[in-house]
Write a protein that binds this ligand. Structure first.
Ligand code: GDP
Ligand code: IMO
Ligand code: MG
Length: 426
């Protein structure tokens, strides 16, 4: 058996949570491989709308194990809140979720450093979610971090204190004011909660389950254009959000990767700072934001909106080895007479169809082709056979340009509003 991967091809919030939830019945295990509570994955079914931050999106299905992998960074405060909410909904999280011993912990001081560093950056700030993601990954690669496995050691408090002392130096450098004693009780409560979970060597577990012919789906967080290596650096997150992140974040060998589902919106959004070639800083962008309810699931910030960007999508498909595409939120474009598709960029007078090294300081001007809008309420459709011709043209145009089949078309936030174009190859 191989591990299938589902990840975002844009700047996050493509609808990963929804599709993982839709695909979960086909799998035995769902594993998150990177990121942390900067993620906000929304699931809607029956009368429930639920946002997950750390917990994988298979948690509402029975008979499925959800693994928080070693590549994830965990804030015990937020994880406890997530668990409490689910338990109140009668979800047996303890039975359905395993946590890697090697996942790193987000300390209250990591959150403080995140805020302090953004404040120091001023106008140059990344627009971080302020969840402490960057500082925690810095401690991981700097070999200072605390891991879930450490909480079971007798000297955990000392290790915690030693790291906090280092952090205090950093906060002093930033001249940042804070009150740590207010934040610590919730952290240690969260740590106690984690102690009561099933904490495992997840790389062994997953590889054994693969041998036992169990089906595993890896759930990405953020999106390819926020990847620390391949995104619009420095306006990125601090992990590898790409397929390679599955290997390091779950302990899966590259030759064990199977299908790669790449998710994208029928348009484009970005939250936080950084370049966005097709951004519509005008009433059209506002119309998309309104129709798509484009506000952050984690921070509530309005998302910046723009037309679909094919050079960026081609880049993301290449880096991830995408084998199937899922097009999300087609219904958000229902009201538009004309829909634009960016096929090229003009950079220094030259027309190119690839993502250049620098889109941060270089001016990148999008070149568009136009397609006629479908002007139909897609949210009511129940089969792909019912889709309007104009939407079919849009999909076929994208497929031809991107050279990967679009197997899923999503036409609303609910589980049920999902149209399959062909048998999904899982
Ligand atoms: P994720 O981070 O990739 O899981 O995505 P988010 O949950 O942050 O953002 C996606 C938003 O779009 C959520 O509010 C979803 O409920 C919603 N959504 C997902 N698919 C669709 C769709 O096809 N149409 C509409 N209108 N909303 C959708
Ligand atoms: P999901 O999984 C959208 C963005 C932040 C900021 C940058 C760095 O829901 O798609 P960080 O807190 O990671 O240091 O912030 O990345 N960002 C996201 N944008 N969706 C996300 O997750 C994001 N996680 C981080 O807005 O620009
Ligand atoms: Mg999100």
């Amino acid at each position: 058996m191989k591990v299938d991967v589902l990840l975002g091809l844009q700047w996050g919030d493509e609808g990963k949570g929804k599709i993982v939830d839709v695909l979960t019945p086909q799998y035995n295990i769902i594993g998150r491989f990177q990121g942390g509570p900067n993620a906000g994955h929304t699931l809607e079914f029956e009368n429930i709308k639920h946002v997950l931050h750390t917990i994988p999106s298979g948690i509402f299905h029975d008979g499925v194990i959800n693994v928080v992998g070693n590549g994830v960074v965990i804030d015990p405060v937020i994880l406890k809140q997530e668990i409490d909410k689910l338990v109140a909904m009668n979800v047996d999280v303890n039975k359905k979720m395993y946590v890697s011993k090697k996942a790193h912990l987000i300390l209250p001081t990591h959150r403080l450093i995140d805020a302090a560093s953004e404040k120091t950056k001023g106008k140059e700030k990344i627009g971080s979610t302020l969840k402490g993601i960057g500082p925690t990954y810095m401690d991981k690669t700097g070999r200072n971090g605390l891991r879930v496995g450490d909480i079971f050691e007798n000297n955990f408090k000392e290790k915690y204190q030693a790291l906090v002392e280092k952090h205090k130096q950093i906060l002093k450098f930033h001249e940042y004011e804070y009150n740590l004693t207010e934040l610590e009780p919730a952290f240690f409560e969260g740590v106690e909660t984690i102690k009561g979970l099933t904490v495992i060597d997840s790389e062994h577990y997953l590889n054994n389950e693969l041998k036992n012919n169990k089906k595993i789906l890896a759930e990405g967080a953020q999106g390819t254009l926020l990847d620390v290596d391949f995104g619009s650096y420095p306006f990125v997150t601090s992990s590898n959000t790409t397929t390679a992140g599955t290997c390091t974040g779950l302990g899966i060998a590259p030759n064990k990767i199977g299908e790669v589902f790449g998710i994208f919106k029928a348009y484009c959004t970005r939250v936080g700072s950084g370049p966005f070639p097709t951004e519509l800083d005008n009433e059209v962008g506002e119309e998309i934001r309104k129709a798509g309810f484009e506000f952050g699931a984690t921070t509530g910030r309005p998302r910046r909106c723009g037309w679909i960007d094919l050079p960026a999508l081609k880049y993301a498909i290449m880096i991830n080895g995408v084998t199937q595409l899922c097009m999300m939120k087609a219904d958000v474009l229902d009201g538009f007479d004309t829909i634009k598709i960016c096929t090229h960029y003009i950079i220094n007078g030259e027309k190119v169809d690839y993502m250049p090294y620098d889109i941060v300081s270089q001016k990148v001007e999008p070149v568009y082709v136009e397609r006629k809008g479908w002007k139909t309420d897609l949210t009511q459709l129940s089969s792909i056979d019912e889709i309007p011709t104009e939407l079919n043209d849009y999909i076929e145009f994208l497929e031809k340009e991107l050279n990967v089949p679009i197997t899923i078309v999503s036409v609303g936030p609910n589980r049920k509003q999902t149209l399959l174009r062909q048998n999904i190859l899982v």
